[in-house]
Design a protein around this ligand. Structure first.
Ligand code: NAD
Length: 321
């Protein structure tokens, strides 16, 4: 069994490799070669923490395992990131534990990969302005990855605490792009692509605020009760997701489903677009929305790459377990 601590993960995988791994496992999910097991996520009644497991099996790559972890809101004050997670990989032929890998950076990279894959396949080709709603830990990973998908010319951003937007301005500057803090009306009126990545429990962006042709990647809602966009906006869009079961229970679609505004069979797995089984966007006026709930198979896909590279290069700690 190989152990790769969090501090070594960055040297063992690139964002581009995470993108490839996640795109490939989304395709496997849509072709039913890979499936996620039901998510466990519990408020443990200590440290205000949410703790749980995301797990699954990919019969194509033989990735089997789980990510265990969650959200500790008091961590920032201790100099730690609020999200803490570890990935465990098992040998699909024997059930023996193969690897234990720090999951914090991998979570940020696989989540950024997911929204970027949605932009690659669903955003208008001529998208010029990208809008960011949210400026927390995940947001810079999201923006960096998204900027590689289209010839964006400008970044606009909104955050409930506007002072946090400077980190997005810095990412835009890395690419020589203009950044402007905007209100939500301007966000909806100007952005061709909008990523939402907040921990909000109330709708932030309204249906009346967005313009035709926009692509939305709703990435923050990963728990029952969270919400980033009005349910009417989900109803107005052609909706894609990583996994339908998660989308309607813990994802952004949970509210539109509960209100009877959309039906489960109208939601398309992004993997079907990757596989060429669904056309994706069909007009320049269509609003597309990706409900990125975060699936265990994403974690297993990227962690498997790290484990392979660590074994091949003699990095990590090999333990006879
Ligand atoms: P963070 O705590 O670093 O940042 C939270 C962000 O949400 C900040 O911009 C904050 O200002 C904003 N926010 C908080 N309360 C708000 C409110 N009531 N209204 C509007 N904005 C509010 O968290 P993070 O690590 O950046 O994660 C952001 C969200 O993404 C979380 O909800 C997290 O659970 C989720 N997440 C999803 C996935 C996935 O795969 N879909 C993966 C990782 C994280």
């Amino acid at each position: 069994m190989i152990i790769v601590p969090e501090r070594d993960v960055a040297g063992l995988i690139t964002p581009a490799e995470c993108f490839e791994a996640v795109e490939s496992v989304f395709a496997s999910m849509a072709s039913k070669a890979a499936y996620n097991f039901p998510v466990i996520r519990e408020a443990i009644g200590h440290a205000d923490a949410l703790y749980g497991f995301k797990s699954g099996f990919d019969r194509q790559s033989l990735a089997l395992g789980l990510k265990s972890g969650g959200f500790w809101p008091g961590n920032m004050a201790k100099g730690l990131t609020n999200h803490q997670s570890t990935v465990f990989l098992f040998d699909a032929d024997t059930g023996r534990c193969k690897a234990v890998i720090g999951g914090n950076l991998l979570t940020a990279l696989r989540t950024a990969a997911a929204s970027s894959i949605s932009i690659k396949h669903l955003a208008r080709k001529d998208a010029k302005v990208i809008g960011m709603i949210g400026a927390g830990h995940q947001s810079t990973f999201q923006l960096r990855s998204a900027l590689a998908q289209r010839a964006f010319e400008k970044v606009i951003g909104w955050n409930i605490e506007p002072e946090a937007l400077t980190k997005l301005k810095d990412v835009a500057a890395e690419k020589g792009l203009l950044f402007e803090a905007v209100d939500l009306d301007r966000m909806g009126a100007e952005a061709d692509v909008i990523i939402t990545i907040t921990s909000s429990f109330d709708p932030i962006l309204k249906a009346a605020q967005v313009r035709p042709g926009v692509h939305l990647a709703c990435m923050g809602t990963d728990t029952k009760g969270k919400q980033e966009v009005e349910a009417e906006l989900v109803a107005k869009a052609t909706v894609f997701t990583d996994e339908i079961a998660q989308s309607i229970t813990i994802g952004e679609c949970q509210h539109a489903i509960a209100a009877g505004l959309i039906k489960q069979d109208a939601i398309v797995e992004l993997g079907a677009v990757i596989n060429g089984d669904h056309p994706g966007r069909t007009s320049d006026e269509e609003i597309t929305l990706f409900d990125g709930t975060g699936v265990g198979l994403q974690d297993l896909a990227v962690a498997s790459k790290v484990a392979e590279r660590a074994s091949a290069s003699g990095q990590g700690t090999d333990v006879d377990f």
